[in-house]
Design a binder for this molecule. Sequence first.
Ligand code: GRF
Length: 226
Amino acid sequence: MTPVPVAVLVSGGGTNLQALLDALRDSPVARIERVVSSGADVGALARARRAGVPTVVLAHPDDPGEVVTATGDAGLVVLAGYLKRIPPAAVAQRRWRLINIHPALLPAFGGPGMYGRRVHEAVLASGAALSGATVHYVDEEYDRGPIIAQWPVPVRRDDTPDTLAARVLEVEHRLLPQVVVELARLGVPGKPVRLFPQGSAFVTGDKLAVDLDNTTDGRTGGRADC
Ligand code: GRF
């Protein structure tokens, strides 16, 4: 099996990128072939260079041609802390090959302006008992594409936006590589894939064992061969 070439889009410090670099280092199914940044002074670029992965800095992140060229022949494009909207024309050329990680349980606490600390402030302000991480397909709108996988993080009585963000980030670092490996293993199907948790370890407090069961065709209950 030839590893699926993966392009990772970044705008921040790159801890999700690091989790992918570590998880895919010797992977037979997926290989990070380039890191694309929305700006030159982005911490994630240093992580890519340390790992010897080629980097590209976008001059115009809103230019669909530049985004498509920058992602090259990647079979899967992963938005890992990427804050720009993918131009619709680029989404159309990469349909079902563009995924994003969001630090909350979408469809709640997502959308324009909902990133970083604001997300966790909104979760705490809402009184929600559960937060978590979501990996979803990217479409023409922020945080709206079909959900691929989610993992919950219980909110604690004494949580602050920073303490909640830290526990959600730990789960992100486990969930995102698993989703990338599973999609690559399936050959990145040209239609939506949904991954479900295995067993009943879904909300067992601080137990961070993240196990995913694979695919249905996006509808709950049914199974389909991709
Ligand atoms: C993560 O919480 C991610 O979900 C969100 O931005 C944060 C970026 O973290 N989109 P990093 O740059 O991967 O450390």
